[in-house]
Design a protein around this ligand. Structure first.
Ligand SMILES: [Zn+2]
Length: 90
């Protein structure tokens, strides 16, 4: 499970990303290259995949690369914690 944290959304519907994140953004089906002010952007206008909460400008949020879901800070942290638990040998 790969979950990427973003520090702050640029807008409600998308956030500019660096070239290094285009691969996971594309894998998640969320890469946009047609924004006037961003060469590469991650689109997240559908909000959190768990609770539906909109990602507001300035909000931290997460991308679950495997499912393609964008997650609000609470649910992203939760899913990431689950993944870590799954990966631990006990
Ligand atoms: Zn949520």
């Amino acid at each position: 499970m790969t979950t990427i944290r973003f520090e702050a959304a640029d807008a409600a519907d998308y956030t500019a990303i660096g070239e290094g994140l285009t691969r996971p953004a594309r894998a998640a089906g969320r890469l946009a290259t047609d924004r006037a002010d961003a060469k590469y952007a991650l689109v997240h206008g559908d909000g959190c995949g768990v609770c539906g909460r909109a990602i507001e400008p300035g909000d931290a949020f997460y991308l679950d690369v495997d499912s393609g879901d964008v997650l609000c800070e609470d649910h992203g942290r939760e899913r990431r914690a689950d993944g870590e638990r799954d990966g631990r040998a006990e």
